[in-house]
Design a protein around this ligand. Structure first.
Ligand code: 9WO
Length: 245
């Protein structure tokens, strides 16, 4: 997969590329990242990329032309078609289902805004999808783009170790994770739940499933509605509720 980013801070792309799963995916040739700076496509001595907003108000708006030229250069760098995605708080929420959809594509072109945003005419003409990673405002789209790149890189075949893949699978069912424990068994902060020491793998799997269901019910009931619980899951959850009150 190839991901192009249009950003005033393309060094930020290099940051991402060097570490962890994204770095490994790149080393293995599963993913390539390319940064494009609209300033390199700006005219004049000052290479302006922004200007004051019509209608007044604080801050600056990104100019159409440098962004458009950077997007066009990015598209032309590879013959395969590409969807242009603008990261903004006005976008559709990013979910794991959306991540799976994006990860299956051959290319992505991520547009990162700065200041108060980009001229709306550029969004209308050049952007296919607007995506939000959550209901908060950042200083720019770059961190949101990093989230998309990381989530999508993990899903490239061969990017994860076996252990990481297993952990991924456990989230794919739409529930929150169960709690985890390691040594020591007895600690001033408490003991490890007995069942995890029992060696009874069926019972351990049942307990973990019940914890995942219970925590999702307590913390994110919205996810539970979508999870499609089996009758056995419902019984486990009822037992959890009865225990916790
Ligand atoms: C800044 C600002 C300052 C004064 C008055 C209004 C204002 N709005 C903004 C603003 O929304 N700036 C954005 C910064 C413009 C687009 C790029 N930026 C951004 C993207 N911030 N947060 C995101 C983002 C992207 C995806 N998911 C969550 C947040």
């Amino acid at each position: 997969m190839r991901i192009d980013l249009v950003s005033l801070f393309p060094e930020f792309v290099a940051q991402l590329a060097g570490h962890g799963v994204v770095g490994r995916a790149q080393e293995r040739g599963l993913l390539s990242l390319h940064g494009w700076n609209p300033r390199d496509h700006a005219e004049g001595n000052y290479r302006r990329v922004d200007d004051r907003p019509f209608g007044g108000g604080p801050g600056m708006v990104m100019l159409i032309d440098p962004l458009r030229a950077a997007l066009q250069a990015a598209r032309a760098a590879d013959p395969r078609p590409v969807a242009t995605i603008y990261l903004s708080p006005q976008g559709r929420p990013l979910t794991q289902a959306k991540v799976r959809e994006l990860a299956a594509r051959e290319r992505l072109l991520l547009l990162c805004g700065r200041y108060e945003g980009v001229d709306e005419r550029l969004v209308a003409a050049e952007v296919d999808e607007e995506v939000s990673i959550g209901d908060y405002v950042l200083s720019g789209g770059e961190l949101a783009a990093a989230v998309v790149v990381d989530a999508v890189a993990r899903l490239q075949e061969g990017a994860l170790s076996d252990a990481e893949s297993a952990a991924q699978d456990s989230f794919e069912d739409g529930l929150l994770d169960c709690p985890h424990y390691t040594r020591p068994v007895e600690h001033a902060l408490g003991a490890v739940p007995e069942v995890l020491l029992s060696g009874n793998h069926a019972q351990i799997a049942r307990w973990r499933r019940q914890q995942a269901l219970g925590r999702t019910w307590a913390r994110r009931p919205d996810l539970l509605d979508e999870a499609g619980l089996s009758p056995a899951d419902r019984r486990l959850l009822e037992a959890y509720k009865a225990e916790t009150g």
